[in-house]
Design a protein around this ligand. Structure first.
Ligand SMILES: NC(=O)c1ccc[n+]([C@@H]2O[C@H](COP(=O)([O-])OP(=O)(O)OC[C@H]3O[C@@H](n4cnc5c(N)ncnc54)[C@H](OP(=O)(O)O)[C@@H]3O)[C@@H](O)[C@H]2O)c1
Length: 267
């Protein structure tokens, strides 16, 4: 069964203008879904909406919103003006790479707002309606960084652990209500966000950097069949070693050492 038959016609992608979010928008448009695209920058968002409308004959609506503002979910609900959302992809995230104490308290709180509080509220608002209609889908972007302590990605990693547990728990709560929830646990993925962070070389054994389209394709295949998944074979093998073979202390040390080296952190 296609996504529209299973969940409905309209998908909202939060953080849609580039990277994994834009790849979700393209795949969902290719399925024939109408889109609500949310991000801060008008130009890339309108460009993507225009491209998808003409290529796939769908309707794409743009909502400009900073997901880090306290009332972002209310702003989005107001802009939707009663329009139903059948599928929610919460993709946007903020990260800070570096020593915990070198980010400001406000900076760390903004990471928590964008990565945890806003999706928490949006899931409540849209999830409740999906349950009452008896169908719907939610995708939350998590990260391998959230599988163990990840020094120098500290707050980001903690929020991504939250996102995964949130999605997995709701998968259980909502599975008999017709609403599928999945945490998409991505590893390094080639996106403007990742590439602009200027990562250095990791070890020879580091998993291959994936394309955003690969992550999305796997996610949409697995949606409805499990609470969470790790994207890409290389990432699954690496996670198996880190989680099942190595002592936790060693896994945490490898993560911290790798990030320190990749980002040339002197702390
Ligand atoms: N790339 C990776 O290596 C990787 C690895 C693991 C997990 N992930 C996860 O995958 C997701 C997407 O990552 P990505 O690399 O594709 O990110 P990205 O390239 O940085 O793109 C993020 C998207 O979110 C939007 N966005 C960011 N902050 C926003 C805000 N405050 N309000 C509204 N929109 C906002 C951006 O648009 P505007 O700038 O126009 O607002 C952009 O469209 C994230 O949840 C990330 O944690 C990524």
């Amino acid at each position: 069964m296609g996504l529209i038959q299973k969940y409905g016609k309209t998908a909202l992608v939060a953080g849609a203008s580039e990277g994994i979010g834009a790849a979700f928008a393209k795949s969902l448009a290719a399925e024939g879904m109408d889109l609500v695209l949310v991000a801060r920058r008008e130009e890339p968002l309108n460009k993507l909406a225009g491209e998808l409308e003409s290529r796939f004959s769908i309707k794409a609506t743009c909502i400009l919103c900073d997901l880090g503002t306290v009332d972002a979910p209310e702003q989005i609900t107001k802009a939707l003006d009663g329009r139903e959302i059948d599928m929610l992809v919460y993709n946007a995230a903020l990260s800070y790479i570096g020593p915990f104490v070198e980010n400001t308290v406000e900076g760390n709180a903004r990471i928590a707002q964008i990565n945890m509080i806003t999706p928490l509220k949006m899931l409540h608002i849209f999830g409740e309606k999906m349950i009452s209609r008896g169908r719907g889908a939610v995708v939350i972007l998590a990260s391998l960084a959230g599988f163990q302590g990840s020094g120098f990605l500290t707050v980001y990693a903690a929020t991504k652990a939250f996102d995964r547990i949130l999605a997995e728990s709701l998968w259980y709560e909502w599975k008999d209500k017709g609403v599928d929830v999945i945490a998409c646990c991505a590893g390094a993925t080639s996106t403007p966000g990742y590439n602009n962070s200027n990562p250095g070389k990791t070890s020879l054994f580091a998993p291959r950097v994936q394309a955003a389209e690969e992550v999305v394709e796997e996610c949409l295949k697995k949606l409805g069949s499990r609470p969470s998944f790790i994207s890409g074979k290389g990432n699954r093998i690496a996670t198996f070693f880190m989680q099942k073979i190595l002592p936790r202390k060693m896994a945490i040390t490898i993560m911290g050492d790798t990030t320190r080296k990749m980002y040339r952190i002197n702390f």
